[in-house]
Design a protein around this ligand. Structure first.
Ligand code: NAD
Length: 471
């Protein structure tokens, strides 16, 4: 714990007047201390982003591409030390942390290859008219703790490519790898173009209420997203909200049970269930319910839960005490209601926020574990008979992030996918994303798009220029 983590404000690296502890969720020991930004720090970060904006917006897209590519190189070159830091503050196993860092570097590369289109509407003897895209201005980027580096990059890369300047805030639970990233890339960017500040619970609301941001790009829970939207309204900031989910998997009776069991397990338990688009309720057709249930239990028993820094660990702890309590509370409710636990449900005495892999056998549709976003390693398996009925149950959720359909008959699955009210539906897989794909939540799962050209254009506003041609 020797490194003094620093914020990036106006091109300077700053320790801040005060710091707060960041814990390793596997041990509950302090991993490092992060600067606790004051209102004055925030004001300086926003002011430096504002001052840097005209110059950065005026650079060519080729120049911005070049800077982004150099950021990707730095991420890749430092993947080893960053993955260790990420595991120690987030809890995820080391190979997953490496995938996150390298995935982030890949994402920057892919985004930097995008072009911002100009649309010509009219080019006649009387008139020329076009729509071009200009940057929004100063962007406030707020990130959760489940994929701290990757989600930061998903915001930074398009925001910077489009010519915006940014003030980024990581979650108080996982600020260190993001701060370290800021230290590594500070010299690659003109001062003020990218600012990274960390702080406690008060900092997020302070940012969304700040009058000098033009846009907020927020990823987090739906409850917080609603507060962000309310706060943004006072100065009519543009918003992109990527929020919670309660994704359903619908498993039809024609699947090869042994072949899909493992894939279905990871659809739900990747990153210990702490994925917005993880399967959070699994509807299994009655005809295959018992064999698939048994195959899931058998596979789950082979999965190693432990400290992410230890070799062989496949699932780490829950990231933080508050989320740990939420998951324990859902487990307690399921126990109190008398639901059957196929696996897990017991409490662990060891230090760290560990929850054993927990599978619950056919709880009622109205149960909390089916209706709420658990965001942890607990999965309800639910029996269904009728496809129309299951689609109705899946769509009854206020969430609309993603979902999946599993079948040996792709056309049949496709017909079902078209009836699911979510931003993404996967067939015979889940959690697949790509830089070219727009990702958007329906209903309470969000507003706007991240990823792909559409995601890039969210960091721009349209400007029409029409030219009346002289006779
Ligand atoms: P959270 O909403 O508690 O916090 C997210 C971020 O917002 C953190 O940086 C936090 O400090 C900040 N914040 C908290 N209150 C704020 C406020 N009032 N104003 C402004 N900022 C505030 O979410 P979390 O617990 O960090 O993350 C888990 C949630 O994020 C889950 O619901 C998950 O589904 C969702 N998520 C969604 C996506 C997506 O792309 N849709 C991706 C990852 C996570």
């Amino acid at each position: 714990m020797t490194h003094a983590f620093k914020m990036l404000i106006g091109g300077n690296l700053e320790e801040g007047a005060a710091q707060f502890d960041v814990l390793n969720p596997a041990t509950e020991e302090v991993v490092g201390r992060a600067p606790d930004a004051t209102r004055e720090d925030l004001n300086r970060a926003v002011a430096s982003a504002r001052a840097a904006f005209p110059g950065w917006a005026a650079t060519s897209i080729e120049e911005r591409r070049r800077v982004l590519k150099s950021m990707a190189e730095v991420l890749g070159a430092n993947a080893h030390s960053l993955k260790q830091l990420l595991t120690s503050e987030q809890g995820k196993p080391s190979p997953d942390a490496e995938t996150e860092i390298l995935g982030a570097a890949y994402w920057i590369e892919a985004v930097s290859a995008l072009d911002i289109p100009v649309t010509v509407h009219e080019d006649t003897a009387e008139r020329y008219s076009e729509t071009r895209r200009v940057p929004v201005g100063v962007v406030c980027a707020i990130v959760p703790w489940n994929f701290p580096v990757f989600i930061a990059i998903v915001k930074l890369a398009p925001a910077l490519l489009a010519g915006n300047t940014v003030v980024l805030k990581p979650s108080p639970f996982t600020p260190l790898s993001t701060l370290r990233f800021g230290e590594l890339v500070a010299s690659l960017l003109p001062p003020g173009v990218l600012n990274i500040i960390s702080g406690g619970d008060a900092l997020g609301p302070m940012m969304t209420a700040h009058p000098d941001f033009d846009k907020i790009s927020f990823t987090g829970s739906s409850a917080t997203g609603k507060r962000v939207m309310e706060s943004a309204s006072s100065t009519l900031k543009r918003i992109t909200l990527e929020l919670g989910g309660n994704d359903a998997a619908i498993v039809l009776p024609d699947v090869d049970v042994e072949a899909v069991a493992q894939q279905l397990f990871w659809a739900a338990f990747a990153n210990n269930g702490q994925v917005c688009m993880a399967t959070k309720r699994m509807y299994i057709h009655r005809d295959i319910y018992e064999p698939l249930r048994d195959a899931l239990v058998a596979y789950a028993k082979t999965v190693k839960v432990g400290n992410g820094a230890e070799q062989g660990t496949q699932l780490g702890p829950i990231n933080n005490a508050a989320q740990y309590q939420c998951v324990l509370d859902l487990i307690k409710d399921a126990k109190d209601q008398g639901y059957t636990f196929l696996l897990g449900g017991e409490s662990l005495e060891e230090p760290g926020y560990f929850v054993p892999i927990t599978l619950i056998d056919n709880p009622p549709e109205s149960s909390r574990i089916v209706q709420e976003e658990q965001f942890g390693p607990v999965l309800p398996l639910i029996k269904f008979d009728d496809v129309d009925d299951v689609i109705e149950r899946v769509n009854a959720s206020s969430y609309g992030l993603g979902g999946s359909v599993w079948s040996g008959d792709e056309d049949r699955a496709y017909a079902i996918a078209q009836r699911i009210e979510t931003g993404t539906v996967w067939i015979n897989e889940a959690i697949y994303i790509a830089p070219s794909l727009p990702f958007a939540g329906h209903k309470d799962s969000g507003i706007g798009v991240e990823g792909g050209l559409e995601g890039l254009l969210e960091y721009t506003i349209t400007q029409n220029i029409t030219r009346k041609r002289s006779a």
